[in-house]
Design a protein. Structure first.
Ligand SMILES: Cc1ncc(C[n+]2csc(CCOP(=O)(O)OP(=O)(O)O)c2C)c(N)n1
Ligand SMILES: Cc1ncc(C[n+]2csc(CCOP(=O)(O)OP(=O)(O)O)c2C)c(N)n1
Ligand SMILES: [Mg+2]
Ligand SMILES: [Mg+2]
Lengths: 311, 330, 330, 311
């Protein structure tokens, strides 16, 4: 039996946890137990897990987007805080006020408005540099968000001011229902290059390779104090949010053949199938428990929320 | 039966059929998806050259629409959620609204920017706002907000003939609603004879009303309110303008001078909204005839919470409005 | 003698001296130029690391400031002309204003956005506006507008300690003006004991005032108006708030309930401005004590013309205000 | 005596006219006869003249910016309409309401807000393409304006939709007082390239070469129906607007050695000095007359302007 480093088990555990948590959220949605919007990263987990496990969680800053559950769970493993938030309970990380698209926890931030997060990320990188904290900032954005002008303003400033920010483009070929070819010209990686930013590119179906590349990049950003941009080619298996999928079924099926989760499961199962099962079992139990707990929880008391009103 | 959505879809089709200078732009508006709220459903199949799906570049494509409008086309732009109109503020305020007056030119300029607004769907702080207050009082912008008592498609057809930029607000909760007309309404409904009509509703056509209620847009609480008040024998004169960026419609003062009591309801959060100006105009027109201070109800002065129960409490709702009516009547 | 500009310069220097987390960003703010209106003059020489000149990317650098503020720095951002704030609307409304309430977190978050506003210099339609109405009524934004009766530098120092984003409006005509204090004013001046004080001015301390005049910001016509009215034996109680994005200061209603007559003057063009809400609050608080409708004067409801003579007629001016006062008094 | 094509005399005449008109505006400003702002293109005239004379003035569209007098005069030769506009007279092309930064005449448009004009230009290109008018659009922008995100949104859309728009970057090394090195990273020409847009580059001190390149580009844009981006390296000799110059005097002096006006004058004078003098004389007279005429003119009657108010 070949020995596998603890890291790999950990990365698999996180990917599985994200997948199952999001599947659970979709179930809860179908059951009418959850309201609003949910954007899952099913199929893209290798990015969240690979990248977030490359940073220093004690100090580095993350800016995520509308599709942020995976980044969040990889960052803090707080299943209950996330489910409660999405279900609108007071125990959610933002007490149910932000919801799925507006998460904040320690150094983790998201916003439901595309593009602007990238400027904020450049700002947090600048702040940490000024404070000499040694922290870097990672910002996740989609191919669609590359349509926003503020992204280019931000690339320019990050490069101009030599800021420690790692841009992670999750290129899943679609923005909602729009294929990249109807939204962009040229290779998206050329754009950061034009602003003097070094780039990397990877097919993000193997969490180990993603993590290895991310580690290299994080190190570079931290030591050289300048930005770097990684394009991660990926695909989401689930609809944009719920039931709004117009992609060809065959295309989705083909993409699923490079499911990062299945592949890693297969590899690890070769080594220790029981361990895989036990990891999964543990995660399943945690999620079930989290859901049961959250179901019992309350919505934030109105007087608590409205106390924060402006006069 | 025609729904709000159906009317918009129908009239968009007609507009594109009859006028080859009309075109439609926005994010994810192509078939089979047909836009986040389905307003453009079927359109790109019929008019592939004039239905243009855009990158996620709200400022940019409003700018593109500005350029097109100056060159004689009539773009109808969809902003997926009204909350994103912040990104187009410069193109609307410093470009679209200024061209005609700044160039002192009799420009043929037509542009409509459609956007779904409002809460009630648990979409959270950045996908639920009524941000029209951003543009109220900016000269040379027309702001329209058809309710279910208006015909939104007809209004859209007039909007694209209107000179200068038009912001066209569609409350997201209305899309699935059946339009209410004098024929199918349980309450008396009248529409003024204007392109952007003022709707007048009452729960008693015989009696003088006790109170003037003024609102616009979503207002799905209205039928229940009329019913409830009728049960209490409180007679309301309800006025629902569809054109917002102008001083109070004269009929508002007429009604208010009969009732002496006015409640204004708007969904936008916080003070400094539409209602404040309408209240100003009314007190200015007929101070002596007010028997009680004019009251404005708006959503609470904070962000819109994602969690449903609190969202309901955040927005103006039946209970808050009833209570305010009693307060003003007492 | 301290000018408005001098006060801002002085306090900026002090702020950067005493608090190493404060930094200043904007276009063309470095020495020797020191910014389009010279507010940052001398600053980059003293604090080269904390005075950052930016690309022409208003949305982007407000976003950068947002990120910094969330991470514990206190950025003071200059927008070269207030008209360009349209480009930052999204970062202000959907980001800065929402963070604390949306994240339900006791964030230490401080951000001031300074901007020169207003007309009178012939800069034309896109360089002369008072666009604060865009942000009035947006929850969780503080909007400040020091007049020459306030100490703008002191207010700036308080502003950067204020939680949440602050928009800080500096009327461009004020920079060269000497600050008016109780000591050097020909009229009685009082400041309330608040960080963002309400100023009270009168042309007669003995008599009960005939009329309450409420205004903010530029208002350079004020001394001449007080003088002129004094000659006519019309006694004014003039109230000049410095904090705009909130309901009427209680003192306003107190004054209005004594005089029964209110004129509100604001420089922004068109209706739906600050004055409408203040008028609403006043009629709501004391309808019975109003002897005349409240009147609001704002700039004309169109773009600001470049040509000087028309610009003067566009803005509120002494003559228009006088006339309105007579109207309200009669 | 060598024969010189009429075009060259014409280009010189226009450059001279622009230079003298703007010097006159600065004089009027100093005399207090003109109010507000004036941004002159003194030193950059070869761009305005070279490019605008390459288009089809009967139908092509121009979007200009704050520094637009040169583009305007090269387009329509309307000295009186411009001076009157800047002096705020009712005979100005926008009746004195727009002023220096907000000009419109036939197919010529400007706005005082940087960046947004580029999106409008893409829109006018799209309109003309949809209308099959055969017209192209030219948009002038500065190196500073390349800071605005909307420029990149526009480059993307122009390229994506294959629109006939010619971007002309007047790279004068400064934005107001800010040297390019403090505002941008990398070579600005790489940015349009990253959006799949073909680029050209030229030192714009010779109006003939500028015009030749512009002709080639205009032809290409018109026939191939796709965008093209020219970077024109140039320098302004006068302050940004009035008295706000912080550039080293020596730098300005050096730059003046490649004054496109002086050079061409010298070349033409070799051929026919009298003709040069007579051209200049004629222009001088026209400007003097225009100023005298405009001085007598009135400001638009208030009731005329305010009739356009919203109710
Ligand atoms: C400014 C803005 N415009 C539009 C939207 C609506 N919207 C949310 S997600 C999305 C698609 C985003 O695509 P991409 O960036 O590729 O991310 P993905 O969903 O593929 O992960 C759109 C259009 C938004 N949230 N913000
Ligand atoms: C959106 C916006 N931001 C700032 C300004 C103020 N401003 C006017 S011109 C200018 C410099 C522009 O530089 P550049 O684009 O290089 O053009 P140049 O003046 O050099 O011709 C600035 C900052 C503006 N007009 N619009
Ligand atoms: Mg995508
Ligand atoms: Mg420049």
């Amino acid at each position: 039996m070949q020995s596998v480093p603890a890291l790999e088990w950990h990365l698999y555990q996180q990917m599985y946890l994200i997948r199952r948590t999001e599947e659970t959220l979709l179930d809860l949605f179908s059951q009418g137990l959850l309201f609003g919007t949910v954007h899952t990263c099913i199929g893209q987990e290798a990015i969240a897990v690979g990248v977030v496990n490359a940073i220093d969680k004690s100090k580095d800053v993350i800016w995520s987007n509308h599709r942020g559950h995976g980044h969040f769970l990889a960052y803090c493993d707080n299943i209950e805080g996330l489910i409660a938030e999405v279900m609108g309970k007071e125990t959610g990380v933002c007490r149910g006020i932000g919801g799925s698209q507006h998460l904040h926890y320690n150094n983790f931030y998201t916003n439901g408005i595309l593009g602007g997060t990238v400027a904020c990320a450049v700002g947090s990188a600048m702040a940490e540099k000024k404070k000499n904290s040694g922290a870097i900032t990672v910002v996740f954005l989609g191919d669609g968000a590359m349509g926003e002008g503020i992204v280019y303003e931000s690339l320019n400033m990050a490069s101009l001011w030599k800021l420690p920010v790692l841009f992670v483009l999750e290129h899943n070929q679609y923005a909602q229902t729009t294929p990249t070819s109807l939204a962009h010209t040229g290779d998206l990686s050329n754009r950061p290059k034009a602003f003097g930013i070094e780039t990397r590119e990877i097919k993000a179906d193997n969490v180990i390779s993603v993590n290895r590349l991310a580690q290299e990049c994080v190190h570079k950003v931290r030591t050289q104090q300048k930005p770097l941009f990684i394009t991660m080619h990926t695909y989401r298996f689930a609809p944009h949010s719920k039931g709004d999928d117009v992609r060809p079924a065959a295309e989705i099926e083909t993409a699923k053949r490079s499911d990062p989760l299945t592949h890693m499961r297969w590899a690890l199962a070769q080594i220790n199938e029981r361990r895989v099962a036990s990891i999964e079992n543990e995660v399943d139990m945690r999620i079930i428990e989290a859901v049961e707990t959250v179901k019992q929880q309350l919505v934030l008391a109105p007087e608590m929320f409205f106390a924060g009103r402006q006069p | 039966m025609t729904t709000y959505l159906g009317s918009l879809q129908l009239h968009l089709q007609q507009l594109l059929s009859v006028d080859s200078t009309v075109l439609v732009m926005g994010e994810d508006i192509l078939d089979p998806y047909g836009g986040a709220f389905k307003v453009t459903k079927g359109l790109s199949t019929k008019f592939p050259d004039r239905v243009i799906t855009t990158p996620i570049s709200e400022a940019g494509f409003i700018g593109v629409a500005n350029g097109m409008a100056l060159r004689g086309l009539k773009p109808i732009v969809e902003i997926m959620f009204g909350d994103f109109i912040t990104l187009g503020a410069d193109q609307i305020i410093n470009y679209a609204a200024k061209f005609a007056a700044m160039y002192q030119s009799a420009l043929e300029y037509h542009l409509v920017i459609r956007m779904p607004v409002g809460g009630g769907r648990g979409y959270g702080p950045t996908h639920s706002q009524c941000l029209e207050k951003l543009f109220l009082g900016i000269p040379h912008i027309t702001i329209l907000a058809p309710s279910i008592y208006h015909d939104p498609g007809l209004m859209l057809a007039s909007a694209i003939q209107q000179p200068g930029p038009v912001l066209f607000l569609e409350h997201k909760l209305l899309y699935s609603q059946e339009l209410i007309t004098p024929a199918n309404s349980p309450f008396a409904v009248n529409l003024s004879d204007e392109s952007f009509p003022l709707v007048r509703l009452t729960n008693n056509t015989e009696k003088t009303a006790d109170l003037t209620l003024i609102t616009y847009g979503g207002a799905l609480w209205l039928p229940a309110l009329l019913q409830k008040m009728a049960e209490e024998e409180i007679w309301l004169d309800v006025l629902v303008p569809s054109s917002l960026n102008q001083k109070a419609h004269p009929t508002l003062a007429v009604s208010a001078s009969h009732t002496g009591r006015v409640v204004i309801v708007e969904e936008g959060a916080g003070p400094f909204g539409w209602g404040a100006q309408i209240a100003y105009d009314l007190q200015h027109a007929m101070l002596n005839r007010l028997t009680a201070p004019i009251a404005v109800i708006h959503a609470e002065n904070t962000i819109i919470p994602a969690t449903q129960a609190l969202e309901q409490l955040h927005l103006p709702n039946l209970q808050k409005i009833e209570q305010k009516i009693y307060e003003v009547l007492s």
